[in-house]
Design a protein around this ligand. Structure first.
Ligand code: ISL
Length: 560
């Protein structure tokens, strides 16, 4: 009954609840805090809220380790609080997408507790249990069933002393991977998903959903020179049954309902060809995927922890290839930030002298592309990376495990490791949102679970709402433009000046209507190779000479 493509003109806002707004002073953000900010999201023009996990969890990975899919963690509130959030959003014409984490559960989930209780447990096969490698005793170095490394450092296998067998965990050892080969596992997940749809939510963002189909042979991976572990990725990413599983999920969970639910698959390493298959509506898999190509471009030879300055030509080439690759089949998600990525203004922009200009230039080139833009909490305020000094300020398990392995196992210099973490750690995105210049940025009246960025008195929502020339008002204008102009939603994308080292320029065309987007992604002026024509619809500088783009200047013009 409702439009199956309602999400095409939507803008999504991601809430990472721990760090969003704390209503009860325990230092952890919560659902009542979110409820209090629904009007703020409406003011910004948001259509959909994606809520990172709020389910019962031991919080080894901040809620991406779930111990009960049908309960709200008391740190975040109650099911009544969630119902109140859903109602408040729906009253305002907004929707709620929940995080779905079903590649793994917590090791404290009753399914895993039962599975681990004995090799003869009826749920043993719900997870990936394997004996030690032939010829090795349990726990012996090299006894792990495969040589795969975990995303969070160390082996991807954990020994269970009681049975002498190992279980697979691609992420933390407290996140055992579910065995999707087992039809009972899939049925239990689909049942849980239907339960949430029946409660009134509007869709799912599916965590690492391209990792659910593993090659059951579990072959060893290639070990990079100087590396400790093998790369299992080719054996579990977009595995042999991935499309079958997603089509089955679609059939079992979404088909036959009276409205369309939004589905977004998070897919590290996904290629354009795969994304076309995952998001082609005729195949009934997903509406869109999160791809990772553009957020990998600043990884140095040693990976994400030694980032290098991004090459703007490569960044443009990558984003344009996704625009072109999904132009006639499928759909793009558009994002710079989420809870796993450093803040974009610090990463690809200039968070010093050209803080406002670079935050808004980067926003312009993202929001004017074809696809569904995602805004990560605080991005609309231009929040910057955390200036953490000591290891004790970090909270993220990926970062802490990396530090331990790099410093203690590999003997790398502590200061260099910390310098990499300051650039790349996920905690950069996880410092609390700055609501005002009050203590702790108005995030909490208590003691925050992670340090608030000290610049909250300068960068905060109260200082920006309603202030022309603020990052917040600029985001509001970009979102309003998408809602007001069909060409932003539907127009064809055409790259301009692909080899220019600093100019990011493209057109969007729908019939006779054309937008020209031009942004200077550098701190030096650019002499324009072409002159934008037509009325200005968005700009981050006062009107000037159109033959020059000032540092980080962005301008969008329209002709009809
Ligand atoms: O952040 C990453 C590397 O720096 C990614 O490898 C990230 O772990 C990957 O994108 C998967 O992310 C998702 O699943 C993880 C969770 O920790 C992330 O927060 C989540 O977004 C495991 O559930």
């Amino acid at each position: 009954t409702d439009d199956p493509t309602w999400w095409r003109d939507a803008v999504v806002y991601q809430v990472y609840p721990r760090s969003f707004a704390d209503s009860d002073g325990d230092g952890i953000g919560d659902l009542r805090g979110l409820l209090d900010r629904v009007d703020y999201l409406q003011e910004l023009g948001i259509d959909v809220v994606w809520l990172s996990p709020i389910y019962a969890s031991p919080h080894d990975d901040n809620g991406y380790d779930i111990s009960d899919y049908r309960a709200i963690d008391p740190a975040f509130g109650s099911l009544d609080d969630l119902d109140a959030v859903i109602a408040a959003l729906h009253q305002r014409g907004m929707r709620l997408v929940m995080d779905l984490v079903v590649n793994h559960t917590s090791d404290e989930h009753p399914w895993f507790v039962e599975s681990a209780s004995s090799p003869s447990s009826e749920k043993r096969d719900w997870y990936w249990w394997r004996p030690p490698r032939a010829g090795f005793a349990p726990g012996e170095l090299g006894a792990e069933p495969t040589n795969w490394g975990s995303f969070f450092s160390g082996s991807a296998w954990q020994l269970d002393e009681a049975s002498g067998e190992y279980y697979l965990h691609l992420f933390s050892r407290k996140q055992p991977d579910l065995n999707w080969e087992n039809p009972e596992v899939r049925a239990a997940i689909y049942d849980m998903m239907r339960w949430w749809l029946d409660r009134g939510i509007d869709g799912f963002r599916m965590d690492v959903i391209n990792l659910i189909s593993k090659d059951p042979a579990l072959p060893d991976g290639v070990v990079a020179p100087g590396g400790l572990w093998g790369d299992g990725f080719p054996h579990y990413a977009a595995g042999p049954r991935i499309h079958e599983f997603l089509q089955e999920m679609h059939r079992e969970v979404f088909e036959g309902r009276d409205r369309h639910y939004l589905t977004i698959g998070e897919m590290p390493g996904v290629t354009i060809d795969q994304a076309r298959l995952f998001t082609d509506p005729r195949r009934r898999e997903l509406d869109m995927v999160f791809q990772f190509e553009h957020v990998g471009l600043d990884h140095g030879p040693a990976g994400k922890w030694s980032p290098a300055p991004v090459d703007i030509v490569a960044l443009k080439r990558s984003l344009a290839s996704w625009q072109e690759g999904l132009a006639d089949a499928g759909w793009n998600s558009l994002y710079w930030n989420n809870h796993d990525q450093p803040r974009v203004v610090s990463r690809f922009g200039d968070d010093g002298r050209y803080w406002f200009e670079s935050a808004t230039a980067l926003a312009t080139v993202l929001h004017l592309q074809r696809g569904t833009p995602f805004v990560y909490q605080g991005e609309e305020l231009g929040m910057t990376n955390a200036p953490f000094v000591g290891i004790e300020q970090f909270r993220d398990i990926e970062s802490l495990n990396y530090f331990a392995e790099a410093v203690e196992v590999l003997g790398q210099p502590r200061d260099e490791v910390l310098a990499g973490m300051r650039r790349a750690s996920r905690d950069n995105a996880r410092t609390p949102v700055h609501w005002s210049a009050d203590p702790h940025g108005g995030f909490t009246t208590g003691s925050p679970w992670i340090d608030v960025h000290p610049d909250f008195a300068r960068i905060n929502a109260a200082a920006q709402r309603g202030r022309p020339g603020s990052v917040f008002e600029f985001y509001r204008a970009l979102i309003a433009l998408r809602h007001g102009l069909a060409v932003v939603v539907d127009g064809d994308f055409g790259m301009l000046e692909p080899e220019h080292p600093a100019l990011f320029a493209f057109t969007r065309t729908l019939g006779a209507e054309r937008l020209t987007v031009a942004a200077n992604l550098s701190s030096e002026p650019i002499v324009m190779p072409f002159e934008p024509t037509g009325e200005t619809v968005v700009a981050n500088y006062p009107p000037g000479d159109r033959s020059i783009l000032r540092p980080w200047e962005a301008i969008v013009t329209r002709t009809t």
